[in-house]
Ligand binder design. Structure first.
Ligand SMILES: [Zn+2]
Ligand SMILES: [Zn+2]
Length: 283
């Protein structure tokens, strides 16, 4: 049996390769299956799956949802989603709408601070893709309201700064719920970004998430130390949760990580996919 990569981003979110390109690339690299897990969207899945069918390669429909969390960041992966499920689609549309309302609010705050900036200017520098705070920083810099990109974030855009507007996020419970409703398997992504210090604090969180319907932990991840891998694996086993793994590949030029292998050390066996399928069929 071969190896897999269960955490990948395409141009549907912030990856470099299109869904069909990533499928062909994964096959060329000798992998046996992949999951496409774009941030907060399933838009790349139809294309990825049909490319997989065309070339005879297994593509698992997935997603990575950003959830509300007090410290650090919490991401929840969903695998084997029914991408046509109405509730899933309704929730993702709601999320997009909530996010779209954020940028005009930032413009409003800046205007109130006496800074002359329009949303059109921000749209223009974004080049038509997803608009984010770096685009605001570029406009502020171009118009000489700040002397550097960093100053734009420090004074206006970073969390707690004068023109900061919170990004809408689902609660973990909501994200896990709509993943489950869409027949998906919910898995906590890269626990080391949660910003948790204590082991017991983390275990308490896992218990809560398991109650909310979480089915697994992404144990194998390029940024996890070998100690963390052992720790996360033990906690998963203790609570009857699945273990998954992926590289979070965005295009090697983006974060230096290669599909399937990360920095060369990753080897995720196909048996993990079988475990996911087994749990999916049970529920
Ligand atoms: Zn993530
Ligand atoms: Zn990711």
């Amino acid at each position: 049996m071969g190896y897999v990569d269960l955490h990948l981003h395409t141009t549907a979110s912030d990856g470099v390769l299109s869904p069909s390109e990533i499928v062909r690339y994964a096959k060329a690299k000798g992998l046996q299956a992949i999951a496409i897990t774009d941030h907060d969207t399933i838009e790349g899945l139809e294309e990825g799956i049909s490319e997989g069918e065309k070339i005879g390669f297994e593509v698992i429909p997935g997603i990575e949802i950003s959830a509300e969390h007090s410290s650090g960041s919490m991401h929840i992966l969903g695998f084997f989603l029914d991408i046509h499920h109405p509730f899933l689609n309704e929730r993702l549309e709601y999320l997009q709408k909530a996010r779209a309302e954020r940028n005009p609010k930032i413009v409003e705050k800046l205007n109130r601070l006496g800074i002359d900036i329009t949303f059109d200017e921000v749209l223009k520098v974004s080049g038509g893709g997803q608009v984010g705070r770096p685009h605001f920083a570029n406009v502020l810099l171009q118009k000489k309201h700040v002397r550097s990109f960093q100053e734009a974030f420090d004074r206006f855009l970073k969390k707690g700064a004068l023109a900061y507007v919170d990004k809408f996020r689902f609660k973990s419970k909501e994200a896990i719920h709509f993943i489950n409703e869409a027949k998906g398997v919910a898995v906590l992504a890269h626990p080391n970004t949660l910003g948790m210090v204590g082991h017991s604090e983390f275990e308490k969180l896992i218990l809560r998430l398991a109650e909310e319907g979480l089915k697994g932990i992404e144990v194998y991840y390029p940024e996890h130390s070998s100690t963390e891998v052992i720790q996360y694996k033990a906690i998963a086993e203790r609570h009857g949760l699945l273990v998954t793994g992926g590289t979070d590949y965005h295009g090697i030029e983006k974060n230096g990580l290669e599909i399937g292998v990360g920095r060369g050390e990753m080897k995720i066996p196909y048996s993990i996919v079988e475990n996911l399928k087994a749990i999916r069929n049970r529920s």
